[in-house]
Design a protein around this ligand. Structure first.
Ligand SMILES: Cc1cc2nc3c(=O)[nH]c(=O)nc-3n(C[C@H](O)[C@H](O)[C@H](O)COP(=O)(O)OP(=O)(O)OC[C@H]3O[C@@H](n4cnc5c(N)ncnc54)[C@H](O)[C@@H]3O)c2cc1C
Length: 400
């Protein structure tokens, strides 16, 4: 397994549960996740439950009761999707969780299941043959070779293994930037605290906030369409940074511009946050075929295979679904079966991932609508409410 993020830890845990020995190589010196939240729909928590992680989730996640779509300028709640209904409708809860907590519970479960994890281990190349796959790994500065029946590239949006396997170049900067902050609810005045998911939709920007760490903190993210300065847009290193920080003054000026006209409570919430981190969003077009998910003895999972805009809140979710499918296909397989089983995995996954990628782009257009489209959106939400916000084909998905 190349990469020990959410995709790598989920896939190694799932493969081990399916009876395989898994080894994870992570290039970072320590296994960790950067600080921000993720939402997990019932399609994802259903899998975590099946992996025996309900109790662990209960301890660290928050369980919001609703998702409120609001106007950024007036603050009006245009529609609410009741999230507590998820258990009844889809058989599993809708949760919000700090990424480090999700990563931590996967890592702990994987280690407990017998997954071997190596940090400071950079996977440089994969050599595929009909009978085996060999990874070249730079471990603590020394080149090592590891041979196995299958290799999984879970090395993120900039995946070097994808570039080796598919040769389809680097991802593109989408022109969208995420600004994120974490604030203790206790530090906020009562009217700004929230235990629900709130989405304020503006022009070419929106803000989403939700509780994490059992509700102790509020994760606040502003997603804005904008242009990085030309030199930043062409600076690969700047684009690859997940945790970039500009000067406070510059960040606040950019946020102020993106959220001009924001209603008072939202402006107050933004003002109450500090230590903003930037995340330039890079991506690829939606998947076009099974060949982008697996070839021979190598499979791609998570952002390496299908990076997506976060407007459907499903990137980590699709990585976890990939892992569950991989395990389903690898169960009771022999080493000789691996290429065919990975093909079946790819066939089972690529269209769903492509659909989610495309829907995320569309959601962005809806969230950031301007002019008549915005008026229509608001009217539709007022009239149809939850019906417009629910996504049964996404949340109701089940395999196994
Ligand atoms: C603002 C924002 C909000 C989001 N919100 C949500 C949400 O609400 N819900 C949701 O489901 N998803 C959300 N996502 C998406 C989600 O964060 C990603 O889809 C998910 O983290 C991808 O995980 P990954 O393991 O595939 O990639 P990564 O997290 O990028 O992990 C890749 C790992 O591989 C390692 N690596 C890279 N190269 C090598 C190498 N050569 N050798 C060894 N290791 C290597 C890296 O160090 C890293 O640890 C959001 C994303 C953003 C930007």
């Amino acid at each position: 397994m190349a990469g020990g993020g959410i995709a790598g830890m989920a896939a190694s845990l799932a493969a081990t549960r399916a009876g395989w020995h898994a080894t994870v190589f992570e290039r970072a010196p320590v296994f960790s996740e950067v600080g921000a939240g993720v939402q997990l729909g019932p399609n994802v928590t259903r899998i975590l439950q099946a992996w025996g992680l309900s109790d662990a989730l209960q301890q660290v996640a928050a369980f919001p009761s609703g998702l409120h779509a609001r106007s950024l300028t007036t603050g009006e709640v245009l529609a609410t999707l009741p999230l507590t209904d998820a258990v009844q409708t889809y058989g599993a809860p809708y949760v919000t969780i700090h990424r480090a907590d999700l990563h931590g519970l996967l890592l702990q479960a994987a280690a407990h299941a017998g997954v071997q994890v190596h940090s400071d281990a950079v996977v440089q190349r994969a050599h595929l043959s009909p009978d085996a796959v060999q990874l070249e790994v730079m471990q603590h500065g020394q080149l090592q070779h590891h041979t196995g029946a299958a290799a999984v590239a879970a090395d993120g949006v900039w995946s070097p293994l994808r570039q080796q396997l598919l040769g389809d170049g680097l991802p593109n900067f989408t022109g969208h930037i995420a600004y994120r902050a974490l604030v203790a609810q206790q530090a906020l005045p009562a009217h700004l605290r929230s235990h629900d998911v709130q989405v304020w939709m503006g022009s070419q920007a929106h803000v989403v906030c939700y509780p994490v760490r059992g509700g102790e903190y509020l994760n606040v993210v502003c997603l804005a369409e904008g242009r990085l300065l030309d030199d930043e847009a062409h600076n690969l290193q700047a684009l690859q940074t997940w945790n970039a920080q500009k000067s406070e003054a510059q960040t606040l000026a950019e946020l102020h511009h993106a959220l001009r006209g924001a209603c008072a409570p939202l402006a107050d919430l933004m003002a109450a946050c500090s230590d903003w981190r930037l995340w330039p969003l890079c991506g690829r077009p939606a998947m076009q075929g099974a060949h982008q998910h697996a070839q021979g003895r190598m499979a791609l999972v998570g952002d390496a295979a299908h990076p997506m805009l976060p407007y459907l809140a499903q990137g980590a979710g699709m990585a976890i679904e990939d892992a569950a499918e991989l395990a389903l296909q690898l169960r009771q397989a022999t080493a000789a079966d691996v290429p065919q089983r990975l093909q079946q995995f790819a066939q089972a996954r690529w269209q769903r991932n492509a659909r989610v990628q495309a829907r995320a782009v569309r959601n962005g257009q809806i969230f950031h609508a301007t002019g008549p489209m915005r008026v229509g959106r608001d009217m539709g939400l007022r009239l149809m409410g939850a019906k417009l916000m629910d996504v049964p084909w996404l949340y109701g998905y089940q395999r196994s």
